[in-house]
Design a protein around this ligand. Structure first.
Ligand SMILES: Cc1cc2nc3c(=O)[nH]c(=O)nc-3n(C[C@H](O)[C@H](O)[C@H](O)COP(=O)(O)OP(=O)(O)OC[C@H]3O[C@@H](n4cnc5c(N)ncnc54)[C@H](O)[C@@H]3O)c2cc1C
Length: 410
């Protein structure tokens, strides 16, 4: 495509994939789209706790970039970012390929923040990517099997009482309840799970009622929920708290804090926020380089920062996918306006809550969480149908609900 406007998207998660899909659907003849991701498979990051527990299925819930690239007409390169040459308008990849761009979209996402606490990096598993989640699942599976065979308890500790840690705690319980071959009492008899949160309550982004109901639900499941508990160090024994307590944990998960993907450090000279995110204006354009745009968890809108959520990433991806053809014609697109459609948290099949907009909450009680669970799932399935197409996406949705995964832990 001679003289095409070259759009390069680095990172094919929620934000990057939505950008590529929206742009690809327009079939713009003069725009050449290249998407680069370090993995071969596109996944919906809010499902990572399900892959970690074994209740999500990669073959059912994920799509290869190769398949998506055919559907949406973009070129896919599996590699990761090594260097950015802003003067030459090109990036260098780990596979030594040089990719020139007219417009570079940075959608590299985020990772957990260890806040420099001693021993976290060496002794904890992070659930920041699909390979991380799969690795944790293998560890969980073999540790659970060994504990069951030896008739002893398995101590698991999760740090971070936000949506990730709280949902992971419930999903691990759910995985054991659903796993064939261990009996109904396996969760109670084998798992000893602690959820450690430094703040006063878990799920701080939700109303207090949701936090206290979720805590009650987890405690009913046998989870030891600790709040006001600050971790000062981690070793192979477990978590050392500032007040001197030690929370024993054979398996240790760090699911606290959010900071931008380390690769954003390669963008020398751009304005960066404290969490390592690229500072952008309301058109998602970096404040110091008009050819570089950032969105999702690795972007920070200068005067109106938004939370690191899939909802924000998705809306920004759709916005940019529509704005790019306007920019390619040398015109200025309208600005991005975020619409807060609320938030949902789901504790496996046990319970769940949602918030409509930023105020009214629903779920728990009579609804016993099924409505929020469905809403949670529907948000993902809507994206999945977009990526996979209606037939495959609907089949995956039906399969997930009619034949829920019974993870093998033996
Ligand atoms: C367990 C968990 C549960 C969550 N639950 C919710 C929820 O219920 N609701 C909600 O709104 N949000 C939730 N979130 C947050 C949500 O997942 C993120 O806000 C969202 O995925 C951000 O999208 P993104 O496109 O910025 O990043 P991502 O979706 O993480 O995409 C980043 C992409 O970049 C690729 N990449 C990374 N490094 C490189 C590199 N060096 N080179 C090339 N490619 C690279 C990755 O492979 C990935 O595909 C959850 C997060 C986690 C971890």
């Amino acid at each position: 495509m001679a003289n095409a406007f070259r759009v390069v998207i680095i990172g094919g998660g929620v934000a990057g994939m939505e950008t590529a899909m929206t742009l690809g659907r327009g079939r713009h003849r003069t725009i050449q789209i290249t998407l680069i991701d370090k993995g071969a498979v596109h996944y919906w990051k809010p499902m990572l706790h399900e892959f970690a527990a074994g209740t999500g299925e990669e073959s059912r819930d994920c799509t290869t970039f190769a398949e998506a690239s055919r559907r949406f007409g973009f070129r896919f390169i599996q590699s990761s970012l090594s260097k950015v040459d802003r003067e030459k308008h090109e990036i260098l990849l780990a596979n030594d390929e040089v990719v020139p761009y007219d417009m570079l979209i940075v959608a590299l996402g985020s990772r957990s923040n260890d806040f420099g606490i001693e021993g976290v990096a060496a002794n904890c598993t992070f659930i920041d990517s699909l390979p991380d989640a799969s690795l944790f699942h293998e560890k969980f599976r073999s540790a659970f099997r060994d504990a069951a065979a030896a008739g002893r308890k398995l101590d698991v500790g999760i740090v971070g009482g936000g949506a990730t840690g709280t949902q992971l705690a419930a999903e691990l319980c759910s995985a054991i309840d659903l796993a064939p071959g261990f009996g109904k009492e396996a969760r109670k008899n084998i798992l000893r799970l602690s959820l450690i949160e430094t703040g006063k309550r878990i799920l701080p982004a939700f109303p207090e009622r949701v936090s206290s109901d979720a805590r009650k639900q987890l405690e009913e499941l046998g989870v030891n929920v600790l709040t006001d508990a600050m971790v000062s160090a981690v070793d192979s024994e477990g978590f050392h708290l500032k007040d001197g307590r030690i929370i024993l944990a054979e398996l240790r998960v760090w699911a606290a804090g959010v900071r931008a993907n380390a690769a954003t450090e390669l963008f020398e000279g751009l304005e960066m926020a404290r969490g390592g995110q690229i500072v952008v204006n309301h058109r998602m354009q970096s404040t110091r380089d008009t050819s570089i745009f950032a969105l999702g968890d690795c972007a920070h809108i200068s005067d109106a920062p938004l939370p690191a959520t899939a909802q924000v990433a998705r809306q920004q991806g759709i916005y940019l996918g529509r704005a790019i053809p306007v920019i390619a014609q040398g015109r200025e697109p309208s600005t991005f306006v975020y619409q807060d459609r609320g938030a949902v948290v789901s504790l496996g099949d046990y319970n769940g809550w949602g918030m409509v907009g930023s105020s009214k909450s629903f779920g728990g009680g009579l609804l016993r969480g099924l409505a929020p669970r469905w809403v949670h799932d529907l948000i993902f399935r809507q994206h999945q149908i977009g990526v996979m197409g209606v037939a495959r996406g609907t089949a995956a949705f039906l399969k997930a609900h009619l034949l829920p995964t019974r993870p093998r832990l033996d």
